[in-house]
Design a protein around this ligand. Sequence first.
Ligand code: NIG
Ligand code: FE
Length: 423
Amino acid sequence: MISADLVVQNCRRLVTCRGPIPKRKASLQDVGPAEKVWMASSKGEIVFIGEEKDYRKSVRPERSAVRIDAGALVGLPGFVDSHTHLPFAGNRVEEFRLRLQGYSYQQLAAKGMGIQTTVKATRQATEPELLGLVLKRLDRMLLNGATTVEAKSGYGLNLRDEVKQLKVLREAARRHPVDIVPTFMGAHDIPKEYKTRKSAYINLLINKIIPEVSRRKLAEFFDIFCEEGVYSVEETRRLTEAAKRAGFKIRIHADEFSALGGAELAAEVGAASADHLISITEEGIRALSRSETAATLLPSVSFFLMLKKKAPARRLIAAGAALNLASDFNPGSSMVGSMLFVLQLGVYLLKMSIEEAINAVTANAAYALRRHESIGSLEVGKRLDMLLCDVPDYAFLVYELGFNPIRHIIKNGRVVVRDGRRV
Ligand code: NIG
Ligand code: FE
């Protein structure tokens, strides 16, 4: 008999998103649906998924086991948000007002606003202040379905404040049930102090900050903004090679506003993911589709910046890219921390099918973080991270907007949201 400390009884309809992962092309249509499913977990690991009669034969719940009646609910894997700039201070509401008057995101950045506004606020914030902000955001993100969140530094742009952001993430991960995947993004912009001396900052990153963040094991990934006026393809190649030597896996902000060839570079350097891709070229699509590099699309950026241009999700899927969706949660280009909303935007803005979008916020998003062996789908041997929703069927997660249908959330085999409230 299999012992279990948590049982989900009789889930009316379950979306498993089971493998093989990453899902490409037509396999993105398969969300692995099942009906009247019983699930059991032990110490956070899924030990049983199947029919009631097999459950009765093979599982013996511990006396103190938690039982959840899911007879009226639809279950699916917890959402994985593979791209956020979570540890920021301050806000950019004044810049948002300027954008409403017609200024573009890049015009504001060129005036010294944009990322630099948030760098100033984040440098001024103390560690406890930043931690408070991060914990509050994690609660909201969890209530909107995210059970794992990647989070980048990149608003410090010096050793002290980059380390501060990453230490806050480490402490937040200790205190909060949502898993955090930390990314060092000291190459998010060029700090004001180095505006006319970019190569000196690049040398500082390579010779000092990258080795120090690596030595202190503060981040798993290295990320960089490869963009006109920020880091060129050549500079990105040099920095990612240095980061790889220091033991980091790579992610790249690629082809967001200008088609520099960031996607091709991401494939070339073996990045785990190339992100944004609003301006990706046909060559970029081909390069990504032939590679192991995930294509991470952030539809809330097009929405939040009110851009006509959207990332070419349909062409990427047709070519065979390992596509996933993330929030890019940040104060300037996507003040969006809801993965439920990102799932919906995948369908409404990027013309993905409901099934493609669900796989893109679960199984394939876990792949983009190279965590697909343990999360992103509901299969025996993986962690039990799941959402139980009060909807007639999973299509209603996209069909019905502006409400939160998520009733219960199980993270790592523990109930962390019950009846829509944090417990
Ligand atoms: O992913 N593109 C660069 N970085 C963020 C924006 C950060 C900010 O505006 O503060 C992004 O969109
Ligand atoms: Fe970003």
